[in-house]
Design a protein around this ligand. Structure first.
Ligand SMILES: Nc1ncnc2c1ncn2[C@@H]1O[C@H](COP(=O)(O)OP(=O)(O)O)[C@@H](O)[C@H]1O
Ligand SMILES: [Mg+2]
Length: 489
């Protein structure tokens, strides 16, 4: 059982500094309020004092003194009994004699300090030993104070009051500290969560930025391609009408011209005695030769018309505007029409012989795709191959190039439901550093105005993201490069 102290336990001024902030003149109102709360709290402070002394007269005297001053007291005549008794209820403070049989005060104190439950109970030694060394030992084993016998009642009461207050304030401080520690842990957790959320948001932002860049690139490129497409489609269309007219007229003229030739030959046969004027004209225009040649010329015109028609069809194939859904497409037509657009760059000139195109076309099915976009991929890869060949020609003479001619080999096949298109050149190849960057946006090794550094980034996006395929490459510096486009059938 415990009682409430009715003594005035208000701490002395000596106890105030740390709490009330005398040492810290700028201590906040908040701290002062906290201290006030602590003071109010002491009204309910339960104080039970354990007195341990083997001299009955001393124990009696102490017990009475404390009781008279409103404390609840539990007297014990030996350390052993006290240690056993403390298990039932914990006192607020312990008054401990040193010289006792069986177990002295120091040992009792060491036992108390070794136990988690009793460690924080303040122990005041009361002893007749007056040597400094005894006092030092008392503090070393964990005592908080030392009173020498014979004691003055006022001194004992004052010291008890002081240590009770100190102990209470210490407990409050500990509680406050553990509360703050807990709050810190919670705040730390919250901060970690916020940090995680921020990191995730950052990742999402990066992803969005990347997508935006991609979209922007594609927009720029498709803008260009659509301008080119419009031009090519326009040229193809404009070519078509006069071409149709020439072709139809030639077809019409062909039998007429043959008839006229036949007719002239008939004249020659049936009218052998020509006038001088006719003979002279006949020799002047080399009539026999012309009559032989004219049908051939007409055939050539007719063949050229057919070629022009093919070109016109290719132009329209290349510039096909994509619908917003995939359509069946003949990949070979796409590649051929792209080569046609690039024909002017393949032709021989003073610096180099023609670039040879070797087509090893396999038996491909039509594939569902966006033809305009795939043509754009062929265009980017083939244009790069031509650039690489041009660069490898730098510093080589026409004859040297002829010995090891520029060549682009295009091979197509179907394997495991994939259409595989390989475009290989024997151009300058790439260094390891270039290889690691070719798909980066805006990476180019070409002169300003020549390269944009967008071609392969766009090509990869079209092949991999739009068509679910793969764009890969092999390259050896000084030997050449192969790009492999794989598209699911
Ligand atoms: N066939 C190739 N041979 C050698 N290098 C190539 C080849 N294709 C691409 N590259 C390298 O990749 C770079 C990036 O190509 P690309 O994205 O098409 O941009 P650009 O052609 O505008 O430079 C080129 O500048 C070049 O260095
Ligand atoms: Mg390019």
């Amino acid at each position: 059982m415990s009682i409430f102290c009715n003594r005035d336990l208000t701490p002395t001024q000596n106890m105030l500094p740390v709490e009330a902030g005398d040492l810290n003149p700028q201590s906040s109102l908040k701290q002062k309020q906290k201290y006030k709360n602590m003071q109010n709290h002491q009204v309910n402070f339960q104080c039970e004092i354990m007195a341990i002394d083997d001299t009955p007269a001393n124990l009696h005297l102490l017990t009475n003194l404390l009781k008279q001053n409103g404390y609840l007291v539990r007297p014990f005549p030996s350390g052993k009994l006290a240690l056993a008794g403390i298990q039932h209820s914990l006192p607020t403070l312990i008054l401990l004699d040193i010289q006792m049989p069986q177990m002295n005060g120091y040992e009792v104190c060491q036992n108390l300090k070794a136990n988690e439950l009793t460690r924080d109970i303040p122990v005041i030694f009361i002893s007749a030993l007056d040597e400094a060394i005894d006092k030092v030992k008392a503090f070393t084993v964990g005592g908080v104070d030392y009173i020498t016998k014979p004691f003055q009642a006022e001194e004992v009461l004052a010291r008890i009051s002081t240590h009770l207050n100190l102990s209470r304030l210490e407990k409050l401080l500990k509680q406050e500290n553990s509360l703050q520690a807990q709050q810190l842990v919670e705040q730390n957790c919250q901060l970690q969560e916020i940090n995680q959320a921020l990191e995730q948001a950052n990742q999402e932002l990066k992803q969005k930025y990347y997508q935006l860049q991609q979209a922007q690139l594609q927009l720029v490129q498709s803008e260009k391609m659509s301008a080119l497409g419009n031009l090519v489609a326009g040229v193809g269309h404009e070519m078509n009408n006069p071409l149709g007219f020439i072709s139809a007229s030639i077809q019409q003229a062909k039998p007429l011209i043959f008839d006229i030739v036949e007719h002239l030959k008939l004249y020659q046969k049936t009218l052998p005695n020509k006038s001088d004027e006719i003979l002279k004209h006949e020799l002047g225009i080399d009539l026999d030769y012309n009559l032989e040649d004219l049908p051939k010329i007409i055939d050539s015109i007719s063949m050229a018309c057919d070629r022009l028609k093919n070109i016109s069809t290719s132009l329209r194939t290349f510039s096909r505007a994509d619908k917003d859904y995939k359509v069946p497409f003949n990949i070979h037509q796409g590649i051929d029409s792209t080569i046609l657009i690039l024909k002017h760059r393949l032709k021989a000139n003073e610096q180099h012989p023609a670039i040879e195109i070797v087509s090893n076309y396999g038996n491909l099915p039509q594939i569902e795709c966006f033809p305009g976009q795939l043509n754009q991929v062929f265009m980017n890869v083939l244009a790069n191959a031509i650039d690489a060949l041009d660069e490898s020609n730098q510093g080589r003479s026409f004859e040297e190039i002829k010995l090891n001619p520029n060549c682009i080999t295009i091979t197509t096949s179907v394997e495991n439901s994939l259409v595989i298109i390989s475009i290989r050149d024997n151009g300058k190849g790439m260094s390891e550093e270039v290889k690691s960057k070719i798909f980066d946006h805006l990476f180019t090794t070409k002169a300003v105005g020549k390269g944009t550094g967008l071609g392969l980034a766009i090509a990869r996006q079209i092949v991999e993201e739009t068509h679910g395929g793969k764009l890969s490459f092999n390259s050896v510096l000084g030997e050449g490069t192969e790009f492999i486009i794989e598209i699911p059938v």
